[in-house]
Design a protein around this ligand. Structure first.
Ligand SMILES: Cc1ncc(COP(=O)(O)O)c(C=O)c1O
Length: 404
């Protein structure tokens, strides 16, 4: 049989992923005693130097469990970024809370701490800064605000695996922090998430919420398997001391995620190296402004984001079509401001926040997000060279746009 070289995507098979999945399928006793879920949580705790970690079936599940743990309830207010995905706001809304959008900074595209402070009221129950594209937020200032007003911070670090702020990883200083293991992220098991914290109380609440409310769950890890059969087989055994959903990660996903996490440094480094190639290209085109990385912030480059000179949709599309037609690789637009999504508009959020978020309004339509998830630097070099050629040609042919 002819070998199909594309059958296995090397993203999933270069490390221990297949070996670990096979061990789960074989139902090895060693795996049952020391599950991949536990091993994955341990690996995160060790790398991030935090006391607690919960592996869940998605980043969104982690956010929901975190908001539950800090006590978000109907009528509360949650502050988050509008230059983001809908997850954070959507979950808070499902929980009956209201959203307050704090505009982002022009340079970094991340939430502006000064805007956060202005939105705080007695009802503010959580602040959720999103470190977008992989760039850490202004953590010192945000933590200061959280302490001043006694409001918990939940970091959405879905895109910021191994991002660092002033020498320390993101996600280790606030009440809770989540990472996503969704298909496109730095490390992935197609779906999955990790929730980190140094608080025993918050972690226990989050774990019970995501684990069906079983009383034997604790902050440290699932104690379910350790219960003595004689005890739980008794008719008067009571299992639940909390209400919860099932956000548990499957052992198959945990096995893959562990295999991936063993290579996390290398994977993040590759994305950073790819980002350097883009930086070299865009230096030659000052009409494009790459997301600014402040000193001592260490970007993990989930994507390479630039503000293009194209404020009009037709110009944005003109370059996109030209680039794709000329063998360029696909790139992405930034998604709509959260408050302008159809469902949010219907709830009145667009009307209120469009005016209050001028920076988001200015940068979102212009943003271009370039891929950093190439399998090799060689592949990235090929596509960044094409990008450079296309930019040169495009602006030579479109003098009016070049002058913008
Ligand atoms: C910034 C951000 N937050 C939250 C999420 C949700 O994570 P997940 O897809 O793992 O549920 C994502 C995922 O795409 C994300 O990019």
């Amino acid at each position: 049989m002819k070998k199909n070289r594309n059958f296995f995507d090397p993203k999933w098979t270069k490390g221990n992923e297949l070996k670990y999945v096979k061990q789960v399928l074989e139902n090895k006793s060693s795996v049952r005693k020391n599950s991949f879920t536990d091993r994955l949580e341990k690996a995160f705790k060790k790398k991030y130097k935090v006391k607690y970690a919960i592996a869940m079936n998605s980043g969104a599940s982690c956010l929901h469990a975190a908001m539950h743990a800090v006590g978000v309830k109907p009528g509360d207010e949650v502050i988050t970024s509008p230059y983001s995905v809908l997850w954070d706001a959507g979950i808070a809304l499902i929980m009956g809370a209201k959203i307050k959008f704090a505009d982002v900074k022009y340079e970094t595209h991340n939430i502006d701490p000064k805007k956060i402070e202005k939105l705080i009221t007695k009802k503010t129950r959580a602040i959720i800064p999103v470190s977008y594209h992989g760039l850490p937020c202004d953590l010192d200032e945000i933590i200061k605000i959280g302490k001043k007003y006694k409001i918990p911070i939940i970091e959405d670090n879905a895109q910021t695996m191994l991002g660092r702020y002033k020498g320390r990883y993101v996600g280790v200083r606030t009440e809770m922090s989540m990472f996503s293991l969704e298909r496109t992220k730095h490390i992935s098991s197609h779906e999955g998430g990790l929730l980190l914290s140094n608080s025993k109380t918050l972690t226990e609440k989050a774990r019970k919420f995501g684990g069906g409310g079983f009383k034997n769950l604790s902050a440290d890890k699932s104690k379910m398997a350790a219960v003595i059969p004689l005890e739980f087989q008794s008719p008067d055994f009571k299992r639940h001391d909390a209400l919860g959903l099932n956000y548990r990660i499957s052992e198959f996903c945990a096995a893959i995620a562990l295999g991936q996490f063993e290579k996390v440094d290398q994977k993040v480094k590759l994305r950073r190296d790819v980002a350097n190639l883009y930086s070299k290209v865009f230096k030659k085109f000052p009409q494009f402004q790459p997301q600014y990385v402040p000193k001592f912030y260490h970007h993990s480059y989930f994507t390479y984001s630039v503000k293009s000179p194209f404020s009009k949709l037709k110009d944005w599309k003109k370059f996109y079509n030209f680039h794709i037609k000329n063998k360029g690789d696909d790139f992405y637009a930034m998604m709509s401001p959260v408050y302008s999504e159809k469902i949010m508009k219907k709830m009145g959020y667009e009307k209120k926040y469009k005016k209050l978020c001028p920076v988001t309004e200015e940068i979102q339509p212009r943003s271009m997000l370039f891929k950093t998830n190439y399998r090799s630097l060689k592949e990235a070099r090929k596509f960044t060279s094409i990008l450079e050629i296309n930019l040169k040609k495009f602006f030579n042919d479109n003098i009016t746009l070049r002058l913008k």
